[in-house]
Design a protein around this ligand. Structure first.
Ligand SMILES: N[C@@H](CCC(=O)N[C@@H](CS)C(=O)NCC(=O)O)C(=O)O
Length: 219
């Protein structure tokens, strides 16, 4: 019997929180959820106890604390080995790790200019060259891996993996800002958007009333 609690930020805005939340919901891993609205006067005091440098997401497994979305996903994959986090073959696993690491360490312009905001939809948006290059790179990655693993299943590496959880928030960014995608990437994005867990997350996000001004972009 596990005693998992996932500490998340605002569902409307917190793209990093969505990664492990999507993983757990999609795989029916039971957990409690504790939402801490970000950038309020109380946020730091509420997050201090988790040793996460005042950031979400944080996973509590009983008294045990894991922070950082990627570390949480890896922890969950090890705790529940029936839900494989990464592909079986070691070279496929290496590629999935490359892709996750790139998501974790790159795409600053895309993140800044397209903050996740489930409430907003834009038909188009003016982007810097850097953000456009980030988008091209992400879509090239999706295209490459979808083509490569197309016959194994609908996810990036055929089966659902940590890579899909890592990139799901990007799908919401692209949808929200009306980023045009080619057929293969659009098919992947639509598949993510059709997932029950993603729909549930977005519905909850839209109902939240907090406004984080720096994440509110005017088209
Ligand atoms: N690398 C961390 C980043 C976590 C992160 O920056 N979370 C944002 C929310 S999406 C946060 O907590 N921001 C609050 C702050 O920076 O004070 C992860 O993947 O979990």
């Amino acid at each position: 019997m596990s005693d998992l609690t996932l500490i998340i930020g605002n569902k409307n805005y917190s793209s990093w929180s969505l990664r492990p939340w999507f993983w757990m919901k999609h795989l029916d891993i039971p957990f409690k959820e504790k939402r801490i609205p970000l950038f309020t006067e109380q946020t730091n005091a509420q997050l201090e106890q988790y040793y996460s440098n005042y950031k979400v997401p944080v996973l509590l497994d009983g008294e045990f604390i894991v922070w950082d979305s990627m570390a949480i996903l890896e922890y969950l994959a090890e705790k529940f080995p029936q839900h494989k986090g990464l592909p079986d073959y070691f070279k496929d696993r290496a590629m999935a790790r490359s892709m996750c690491a790139e998501m974790h360490s790159s795409f600053a312009a895309m993140r800044n200019e397209l903050p996740m905001n489930c409430r907003k939809t834009f038909s188009s948006i003016k982007l810097s060259d850097e953000a456009s290059e980030d988008i091209e790179r992400v879509t090239a990655l999706w295209r490459y891996f979808r083509k490569r693993y197309m016959d194994k299943g609908p996810w990036l590496f055929g089966d659902f993996s940590i890579a899909d959880a890592m990139y799901a928030p990007v799908v919401l960014r692209f949808k929200g800002y009306g980023i045009a995608l080619n057929e293969i990437e659009q098919e992947y994005a639509d598949y993510i958007l059709s997932q029950k867990a993603i729909i549930e997350w977005c519905e909850s996000g839209k109902k939240e009333s907090e406004i984080i001004l720096m994440d509110e972009i005017n088209g």
